[in-house]
Design a protein around this ligand. Structure first.
Ligand code: NAD
Length: 416
């Protein structure tokens, strides 16, 4: 495969999209309509900092496609959150919600900032200003934001409040809220739990024993830390974990309770005394059964894919695998389960949260987890079967199912 180094994240995602569109024989007009975002907004976010100075941040909301329902997607606070990254993530949401059969389209938002360098007050003010700048495009039946990299339940509480100051009390405007503000039980752990449900199914198909499986995880935020806890409960041996500040390796299996305590006090997994310090590059190349990149984009690339020593890759982060890496891993017969399937537990429980808010009726956590299991397990089965029947990769199968559903919805609505 040709080097894709020069491609932007959005162009990379569109390579996957184009393959699906070609196999589905979409007409050129439909192909183009589903490829590009329907609407994009770039805004200034001027904020008074704690030291009294005014700073201007840049924010985005990209609404990729709403043929199947209101736009849905997270808001990312990260220094590299630029137009092309947000576009890529918005399009991934379109294919993900369609693959999961959720009644949503796809969107994504972002503010270019480093949340680690900002106080709570500054983050609150950025969030309010950003919400006011995109308020005319969002709504519980238009576009429903959620947390992503660098944002969390508290951010969603601020967004809900800022939106409510204009439109009145509207909990269904965002998902991933604190439970006290009518967030769903089980939303916090949902993405990690979804990873566990997918692994349970995949293990049967790929001849893996979950109990004792050696797992390496990059990222110890919402997705990585919950996945670590839940996979550990399932009997996996979590042998290494990394975050932005470093990584730790313990071939006998990390003591997660102790690691969580260390992370709470140190703010990182780095420096955990009961393991060997490794770099993030070394982490990804450790000998393991399951590799779960659950931090940032583009970590499995043409440079390291030939050196991975895993039996299965689970896409926990969004777009962790470049098309070049995908092709190399496919040649090496290392199955890669795509992010639009593996990390879809978050948006699935976001859907349950939105439903509960609209019904003004709370589900108990067992119901949330049971519905999540049903939804993600059946999506996994569809992807697996399609890949086997058509002789294509799991990513190609997942994109094909998603793209086909969006194209059909567009046709039935009379766009075509
Ligand atoms: P988070 O902000 O809670 O955690 C991110 C983790 O990644 C932290 O441990 C951080 O230290 C680590 N990290 C950041 N930069 C890194 C680097 N350069 N090298 C190594 N580690 C680094 O974010 P999250 O919500 O867990 O999201 C992680 C990924 O999963 C993102 O790609 C996000 O889009 C995706 N995702 C999240 C959800 C969700 O429900 N939160 C759902 C679907 C997909």
């Amino acid at each position: 495969m040709q080097s894709t180094k020069a491609l932007t994240p959005f162009e990379e995602v569109n390579l996957f999209y184009d393959q699906a569109a070609e196999r589905l024989k979409l007409s050129s007009g439909v192909w183009e309509m589903l490829r590009r975002p329907w609407r994009e907004l770039r805004v200034q976010v001027p904020v008074r900092m704690d030291n009294g100075e005014m700073k201007v941040f840049t924010g985005y909301r990209v609404q990729h496609n709403a043929a199947r329902g209101p736009y849905k997607g997270g808001v990312r606070y990260h220094p590299q959150a630029d137009e092309e990254e947000v576009r890529a993530l918005a399009s991934l949401m379109t294919w993900k919600t369609a693959l999961m059969g959720l009644p949503f389209g796809g969107a994504k938002g972002g503010v270019q900032c480093d949340p680690n360098q900002l106080s709570l007050g500054e983050l609150n003010r950025i969030t309010r200003r950003y919400t006011l700048s995109i308020e005319h495009l969002i709504g519980p039946n238009r576009d429903i934001p959620a947390p992503d990299l660098g944002t969390n339940a508290q951010t969603m509480g601020w967004m809900m409040d800022a939106y409510g100051q204009i439109h009145g009390y509207t909990p269904a405007i965002v998902t991933g809220k604190p439970v006290e503000l009518h967030g769903s039980l089980g939303r916090d752990s949902a993405t990690g739990r979804g990873v566990g449900y997918v692994l349970t199914e995949a293990a049967k198909d790929f001849g893996l024993e979950v109990r004792g499986a050696r797992v390496v995880i990059q990222g110890f935020g919402n997705v990585g830390s919950w996945a670590a806890r839940l996979l550990h409960e399932m009997g996996c041996r979590i042998i290494a974990i990394g975050d932005a500040k470093g990584a730790v390796y313990q071939p006998r299996g990390l003591d997660l309770q102790k690691l969580l305590r260390h992370h709470t006090s140190a703010g990182t997994v780095a420096g955990f005394p009961e393991g060997e310090a490794v770099t993030n590059e070394e982490l990804l190349e450790l000998d393991c059964d399951v590799l779960l990149p659950a931090a940032i984009d583009n970590v499995l690339t043409g440079r390291n894919a030939s050196r991975l020593k895993t039996r299965l890759v689970l896409g926990g982060a969004n777009h962790p695998t470049t098309p070049e890496a995908d092709a190399i891993l496919n040649d090496r017969r290392i199955p890669v389960l795509p992010d639009i399937l593996v990390n879809a537990g978050g948006v699935t429980v976001s859907y349950f949260e939105w439903t509960q808010n609209l019904q003004e009726f709370r589900w108990d956590e067992d119901r949330v987890n049971a519905e999540l299991k049903k939804t993600i397990t059946s999506a996994y089965r569809e992807v697996y079967q399609r890949a086997q029947q058509a002789g294509i990769t799991y990513r190609q199968a997942a994109f094909e199912i998603g793209v086909q559903r969006v194209a059909r919805a567009a046709e039935l609505r009379g766009f075509i």
